[in-house]
Design a protein around this ligand. Structure first.
Ligand SMILES: Cc1ncc(COP(=O)(O)O)c(C=O)c1O
Length: 472
């Protein structure tokens, strides 16, 4: 009989598929390793199994035990699948920005999901990693998987992903391109391929452009589960021990727009429904293929399925709202209400650490210049080259309300303004129809909105400016 005894036998051994590229005869061939065809739906099944097996061997996990992990989803799913098949209890701690599909899938495996706020510095006791460690410690029989620092993570890829790729390409692979989250995939797969090829295989990281791995400043980005984000208040930024930089030859930064549009094109043009990080990896692989020449064989890892992101990268409304789609050129769009000169200027913005007194001064200056006396505010450090991303627009400050708070004694001039933020200004993407944006502002009785392009705030726009650019 061609049957398996356990779902864990259906982890890995994923197929390699030649991707169509537009590079012509001068480009290398590119193969995608389809990790979404693993039993639990992602590259992380491999480490779910390997980490649990190792913990069992080391006597850290046994009958009646509880597996605990902080995971943006896929590792949680891989662990939850293996835990379910072996009868362990599973607790997963997640940032509250995790896609709802991933949370629902974890619950379906019987895992208990603990949500913690996204955007906390590592030092905060409520941070997902700190919370998971605490739960593991306080639970009898609890074991923290700890994918960021667990040697079984890169080892899973050294033992499986690397050998599979070597075998599937008949030893012809010349370049491996992979995203870096914990670093396990690229480190384990890359190390194996370098060793077996006598050091000839080039290992290239694909990274969201603002992630620190490719030299970015760690500001937020929109590709889930790849890269490394740095909270502005994090004191010491620690990189995962699962990431072995010595294996990686270079890391290419890929803008969110390119990653997202690449994933969408893979679905529409090649029938591959894959996630955003697969878009990052393929975008980087295409660049590598163009440089490497026709003799090269590029392999890239497509970590998971697009089904987990139907309400994000595959939802036109979500993309339009963040300014990742250009919208219908036949209609007047929000971007049309932003003069080119305004786009060039840095967006007026208040860092939450600004004092109430300084915020009042800035707002009064705006009013004296005849401009609207309201500013978006949040944790983004201020600077002309910096445009806050949508998640950094945590609140807003209006002159009249803040002045009132000081007059009533509710705010002290020396306080950081972060403690006195009003709700965030509404946000519209440059490609959204101006008419709809105006209707939404009017309905909510608001005057000012933030305009987003590629997920970054580029300008403020008022109801009057939107009205002015619409036909009478
Ligand atoms: C969808 C997706 N892409 C990429 C990665 C990065 O893989 P690694 O953590 O092995 O570096 C992950 C990790 O969670 C992931 O879930």
């Amino acid at each position: 009989m061609e049957a398996h005894e356990s779902v864990t036998e259906l982890i890995g051994n994923t197929p390699l598929l030649r991707l169509r590229t537009s590079g012509g005869s001068q480009s290398a061939v590119v193969y995608g390793k389809l990790e979404y065809l693993s039993a639990g739906g992602s590259v992380k099944d491999r480490i779910g199994l390997r980490m649990i097996e190792q913990a069992e061997q080391d006597g850290l996990l046994g009958p009646g035990g509880t597996v605990v992990e902080a995971s943006s989803g896929n590792t949680g799913l891989g662990l939850a699948m293996v835990a379910a098949s072996r009868g362990y209890r599973m607790v997963v701690v997640l940032p509250d920005r995790t896609s709802s599909e991933k949370v629902a899938a974890l619950r379906a495996f019987g895992a208990e999901v603990v949500l913690r706020p996204s955007g906390l510095p590592l030092e905060d006791p409520e941070h997902v990693l700190k919370t998971a460690a605490r739960i593991a410690e306080e639970t009898p029989g609890g074991w923290l998987a700890g994918q960021y620092d667990n040697p079984a993570n890169p080892q899973a890829h050294y033992l499986t992903t690397g050998p599979e790729i070597w075998r599937q390409t008949g030893g012809r692979i010349t370049h491996l391109v992979s995203c870096i989250g914990t670093g396990g995939t690229i480190s384990g797969t890359g190390r194996y391929l370098k060793e077996v090829s006598g050091g000839t295989v080039q290992v290239i990281g694909a990274d969201p452009a603002s992630s620190v791995y490719s030299g970015g400043d760690g500001r937020p980005y929109f590709v889930e589960a790849a890269g490394h984000w740095r909270h502005p208040e994090t004191v010491e930024d620690v990189w995962p021990q699962s990431y072995h930089q010595d294996v990686v030859d270079r890391v290419l930064p890929i803008e969110d727009r390119e990653s997202i549009l690449t994933s969408r094109r893979l679905a529409r043009e090649q029938g591959l429904l894959v996630g955003g990080s697969a878009g990052t990896a393929v975008a980087a692989a295409l660049r590598v293929a163009a440089e490497a020449g026709p003799e090269a064989v590029v392999v890239t890892i497509l970590p998971d399925s697009g089904r987990q992101y139907l309400t994000k990268y595959f939802d036109d409304d979500w993309l339009l709202r963040l300014g990742f789609l250009d919208g219908d050129p036949a209609t007047v769009r929000v971007g049309d209400a932003v003069p080119a000169a305004t786009r060039e200027r840095p967006l007026p913005y208040l860092n939450g650490r600004t004092t109430v007194a300084d915020a009042l001064t800035a707002l009064r200056e705006l009013r004296e210049r005849g401009e609207r006396a309201v500013l978006p505010a949040g944790p983004c450090p201020v600077g002309p080259e910096r445009r806050p991303t949508a998640p950094e627009l945590a609140g807003s400050v209006a002159l009249d309300r803040l002045a009132e708070a000081v007059a009533s004694g509710a705010a002290v001039p020396g306080d950081p303004v972060a403690g006195h933020l009003a709700v965030p200004l509404p946000q519209f993407g440059t490609g959204q129809p101006a008419e709809k944006a105006l209707a939404e502002l009017t309905e909510r009785g608001l005057e000012t909105a933030v305009v987003l392009h590629d997920g970054h705030a580029i300008a403020l726009v008022g109801a009057a400016e939107l009205r002015a650019c619409l036909p009478a």
